[in-house]
Design a protein around this ligand. Sequence first.
Ligand SMILES: Cc1cc2nc3c(=O)[nH]c(=O)nc-3n(C[C@H](O)[C@H](O)[C@H](O)COP(=O)(O)OP(=O)(O)OC[C@H]3O[C@@H](n4cnc5c(N)ncnc54)[C@H](O)[C@@H]3O)c2cc1C
Length: 405
Amino acid sequence: MTQIAVIGAGQAGMALAARLRTLGFDGRITLIGAEPTPPYQRPPLSKKYMAGDMALERLFLRPTKFYEDNDITLHTGAQVVALDPAAMTVHLADGATVRADRIALTTGADPITLPAQLCGGQPGVYTMRTLADADAMASEFRAGRRVLVVGGGYIGLEAAAVATTKGLSVTLVEMAPRILARVAAEQTADWFRSLHQAQGVDIREGSGLIALERLPDGTFHATLGDQTSLIVDFVVCGIGVRPTTALAAAAGLAIDNGIAVDSFGCTSHPAIFAAGVCASFPWKDQRIRLESVPHAIAQAEATAASMLDAGTAYVARPWFWSDQYDVKLRIAGLNTGYDSVIVRQGDRPGSQSHWYFAGDRLLAVDAMKDPRAYMAGKRWIEADQSPHKASLADSSLPLKTLNVC
Ligand SMILES: Cc1cc2nc3c(=O)[nH]c(=O)nc-3n(C[C@H](O)[C@H](O)[C@H](O)COP(=O)(O)OP(=O)(O)OC[C@H]3O[C@@H](n4cnc5c(N)ncnc54)[C@H](O)[C@@H]3O)c2cc1C
């Protein structure tokens, strides 16, 4: 094997290419990305970078020299338009063709946009996925301006936090009955609602955006499901993503909530692999897709080994974080299937953790300002151990003294 092509130069693509080299692959590596910049980290786009507290250079995952030093041919601004599994060729928008013995798809996800009748795609209505998105809306984040954030998931809440901190007037609208409905328990939603309301964010839940009209002065008239309306200067939309699968689907690869891979990252074609947020993979008795940096890196690195026939089955250890104001939320595990939540006060002011159980089995923990709870939870979940619920709820008992079974 002498040539590997990696399509998608994001967090997973970068990790996969770098891992191929550290594992000793000495053939040609071509890393192809549609965005005009070298691979960068996305989390700061809705956090420090958006707040203006992080320089552009610090976003990049590696300096340009890294690609030269590791003999990784990086094509930026290069959209792959077709993949031919029979010929093992990758076709770029500019007409170039790359041939490879093995191909990795790390194509990420596309943000869901508002429909055209809600001004989707118009100036002043932004999604939050790329550096270009963040740069396009940067000048809007000025004190005194009014923003409507559509979507009460983590990205919408992070955008609301940055905007509020910068002195904007923020209204956040969530169509579901509550914020964080898709990802967290009511207790976590309540905790973050209080946090944002204390900072002055106007949170409207159970009430979607039903009409958005751009007025002649450039502002927007927004009508919500409860028939209230408001005028805002711009709109930030955080209503989720869809895995980027069109290329794989057109090439005939199996798609199932993402590009379907096995535990080794292999798609339905034996020489084509996929990793990161574009890929769904087996986990316990289900097939899941994870939207997080730690998973993108870990799965990409495991897949690199499999591409060199040196892989072991990838076992995901889900964890995630979010920064809002001075709060760091750390999440370990996946809460799918929980039937109860234990609330525990932390030992620092304002710290709290929410523990998800299915029966007596610990599934996940949301730890707000509480790294100890996160670390204990992560360790237990990964070892498939569970503390007793009653002792966990008693904050006077230190976590390290709790018995687990
Ligand atoms: C604003 C924001 C904040 C986030 N915050 C957090 C956080 O706090 N914690 C956390 O764990 N995760 C966070 N995430 C999620 C995390 O960034 C993603 O899960 C991670 O980037 C996934 O990496 P990936 O490489 O799979 O996909 P991506 O990073 O999306 O990279 C995919 C790349 O492939 C390229 N591509 C797609 N199709 C083609 C093609 N045909 N040809 C060439 N190139 C192509 C795309 O342009 C893109 O650059 C955040 C995401 C966003 C957007």
